[in-house]
Design a protein around this ligand. Structure first.
Ligand code: PBG
Length: 335
């Protein structure tokens, strides 16, 4: 056997130098791909969140500062998650449409300070609901929990309207109730907010990866789980059905959540539909990288960039990630 193989095709030629690899690179991340989820609370102080190293529950002032810091490295979109004080929670989550509530005040402060940053709001009841569910809970005489779909949608519409009035650019229903995109669209349009977009959590799975987030907001369900509204992790065709409905109801953008364990769902929706597609790298995905890196098992920066590249390669146009500022900073310096 001669030492020299008679190969016409040698794929390694396209990998021979950084410059050549740069020419043939198929997926490139940009800071403008990222949506930065931020937590806020009613306090003048910023509290580090134990379960999510590097994340804080921000005061209003801290929030504005963090958005400025993220914008300075090119992150142009954020999404807000409030921690609501226990005494403001109720079974019908009325605080979610209080025009002087924490989220509307944050939207106004952010739009005043950084009008060019897109403010996205989460539309769901769990931070406001004394039951910790995304919808209104009814307990049957047998003691079973029922989530009331249509009653919940009515409240979600008021919440979305409240965010639009405060200046939100995009509202993002994460509740998984049936019919909510269409009803929210109609409510916004009736009130003259036809320019406010809807980023729908289309395929949101009943995932154990949300654990650290629920700890951060104290928003875990008090009893039962979310399996009657969030999707079964085993299902793919059902995501297509949800997407068809969201599109028919007027969604502007679709979302898959979580991201890393659901790359096939991202690819399926990308190949089947034309709408812009978001993917949410959730708290558990973030924490697994952070904690493995903290223990010295993996290289945090490399795994962060690889995980985000994988999500974009799977077909996501935009990525919600707690790494947004960190990854954008890296891209600034090395991209
Ligand atoms: C709830 C909501 C959740 C997340 C975003 N919005 C948690 C849940 O559905 O229980 C999770 C985000 C994360 O884990 O990073 N409306």
């Amino acid at each position: 056997m001669s030492a020299k193989l008679n190969l016409i095709t040698r794929p390694r030629r396209n990998r021979k130098s950084p410059a050549v690899r740069g020419l043939v690179r198929e997926t490139v991340l940009h800071p403008s791909d990222f949506i930065y989820p931020l937590f806020l609370h009613e306090s003048p102080e910023n509290h580090p969140i134990h379960s999510m190293p590097g994340c804080h529950r921000w005061s209003l002032e801290g929030l504005v500062g963090e958005v400025g810091a993220a914008a300075a490295v090119g992150v142009r979109a954020i999404v807000l998650f409030p921690k609501i004080e226990e005494h403001l929670k109720s079974s019908h989550a009325e605080e979610c449409f209080n025009p002087d509530g924490l989220v509307p005040r944050a939207i106004r402060a952010l739009k005043a300070a950084y009008p060019d940053v897109a403010v996205i709001t989460d539309v769901a009841l769990d931070p406001y609901n004394s039951d910790g569910h995304d919808g209104i809970v009814e307990t049957t005489p047998q003691g079973d929990l029922r989530i009331l779909n249509d009653e919940t949608v009515g409240i979600l519409c008021r919440q979305a309207l409240c965010h639009a009035e405060a200046g939100a650019d995009i509202v993002s229903p994460s509740d998984m109730m049936d019919g909510r995109v269409g009803e929210i669209r109609a409510s916004l349009d009736d009130a003259g907010y036809e320019e406010v977009s809807i980023l729908s959590y289309t395929a949101k799975y009943a995932s154990a990866y949300y654990g650290p987030f629920r700890g951060a907001l104290d928003s875990a369900p008090k009893s039962g789980d979310k399996a009657t509204y969030q999707m079964d992790p085993s299902n793919r065709r059902e995501a297509l059905r949800e997407a068809e409905l969201d599109i028919a109801e007027g969604a502007d953008m679709l979302m898959v959540k979580p991201a890393g364990p659901y790359l096939d769902i991202i690819r399926t929706l990308r190949d089947t539909f034309d709408l812009p597609l978001a993917a949410y790298q959730v708290s558990g995905e973030y924490l697994m990288i952070k904690s493995a890196a903290r223990d010295g098992w993996i290289d945090e920066t490399k795994v962060m960039m690889e995980s985000l590249t994988g999500i974009k390669r799977a077909g996501a146009d935009m990525i919600l990630t707690y790494f947004a500022k960190q990854a954008a900073t890296f891209l600034r310096e090395h991209g």
